[in-house]
Design a protein around this ligand. Structure first.
Ligand code: GA4
Length: 363
């Protein structure tokens, strides 16, 4: 079934955020011509959608979740051996190299099996299990990404259905995989009910609070709506790659920005995947698709939020520019062609919230 998308609502100034947003949802098992049309529309309207009937076995997801939860439950001293993230490895609070901070810890991994195998040695006491579980998960979500990219080609009436998918199935692809772990957060004046305590039981023994020695900067306390406050888990940004495939546990916090600048909370759905259009896809479609700005706010929860993202990227020497099937007249190119590797360098020289594609605009 394809669910239509009502207008997102997030009332400004009201004392309640309204989450009445039907996330565009695409069933990957329906007729290709229907799914492809829906995907193209969602990529244009939001740069964001949810996929169901994706074919990834529950077991593959559950095993990955267990390995990751196991890692984050370790003492700080052990986790620290896999860090600091540069950019790969274990990171805590620091994001990138230019001073961005968030209320989370994470692991960032190269998605290719060879690097993963090496990296696993710093992460797990049983590296071969960790890398095989991670490889299984990554291969499964990569297949989802390729299926989506083929449907996009179909929806755009491009004859070569693999025009986008081949960029990420290339053996030299630069895709990566990240697991984010957000500590539980209870706003100072939040009155929880007993059911919430039962639903969101959290074991403080394995908490990341152990290591929260430093004072949190004031700028991390934001967004006071009525009497509720929340903290920035991962600050607003767009993803630089082509496509991102996200799966989270049942703890909320993800918000996407609509094109007209409203923050829309996305209810978590542990059984399905959320898909984000990245900057490179925006460039590949000459701006027809827009990369979606998103962030994670720590919401009232006794349970940590855990999300895993597969960032589908091409090889470093791949040129990113709209193919003639999308833009037949290169003088209409919004962006100068760039190599993914060069773009990545710019990405890492800027801040999280920056709009990097602006640097590649033709005037
Ligand atoms: C955002 C998307 C991915 O998580 C990521 C991030 C990367 C990092 O954490 O190392 C960046 C961020 C992300 C964009 C701007 C730069 C680079 C941190 C940062 C401040 C792995 C990616 O590719 O870009």
């Amino acid at each position: 079934m394809v669910v239509a998308t009502p207008i997102p609502l997030l009332r400004r100034g009201g004392n309640k955020k309204t989450a009445a947003f039907g996330v565009p949802t695409i069933d990957l098992s329906v007729d290709k011509s229907i799914a492809s049309e829906m995907i193209v529309k969602a990529c244009e309207d939001y740069g964001f959608f949810k996929v169901v009937s994706h074919g990834v076995p529950k077991k593959v997801i559950a095993r990955m979740e267990r390995e990751a939860a196991d890692f984050f439950s370790r003492p700080v001293s052990q986790k620290g051996r896999a860090g600091p993230a540069a950019p790969f490895g274990y990171g805590c609070k620091n994001i990138g190299f230019n001073g961005d901070k968030g209320d989370l810890e994470y692991i960032l991994l190269e998605a290719n099996p060879v690097s993963l195998c090496q990296r696993a040695k710093t992460i797990s006491n049983d590296p071969s299990t960790f890398s095989s579980v991670t490889n299984d998960y990554v291969s499964a979500v990569k297949k989802v990404a390729c299926d989506i990219l083929e449907l996009v080609a179909e929806g755009l009436w491009i004859e070569d259905k693999s025009i986008f998918s081949k960029l990420i199935s290339n053996s030299q692809n630069d895709s990566c995989f990240r697991v984010n772990h957000y500590p539980p957060f209870i706003a100072p004046n939040h009155h929880h009910d007993d059911q919430e305590l039962i639903d969101n039981h959290w074991d403080p023994v394995s908490s990341v609070h152990e290591e929260e020695l430093e004072e949190e900067p004031l700028h991390m306390m934001t967004s006071t709506v009525g009497s509720k406050s929340s903290r920035v888990g991962f600050g607003e940004h767009t993803d630089p790659q082509i496509l991102t495939i996200l799966r989270s546990n049942d703890v909320s916090g993800l918000q996407i920005s609509s094109h007209d600048g409203f923050w829309i909370p996305v209810p978590p759905d542990p059984n399905e995947f959320f898909v984000f259009v990245g900057d490179s896809f925006q460039a590949l479609t000459n701006g027809r698709f827009k990369s979606v700005r998103h962030r994670v706010m720590a919401m009232n929860s006794w349970k940590p939020r855990m999300s895993m993202m597969y960032f589908a990227a091409p090889a470093l020497d791949t040129w990113i520019t709209a193919p003639p099937q999308i833009n037949s007249n290169i003088t209409n190119n919004i962006y100068r062609p760039f190599k993914w590797g060069d773009f990545k360098q710019i990405v890492y020289s800027l801040r999280l919230a920056d709009s990097r594609l602006d640097y590649f605009k033709n005037h």
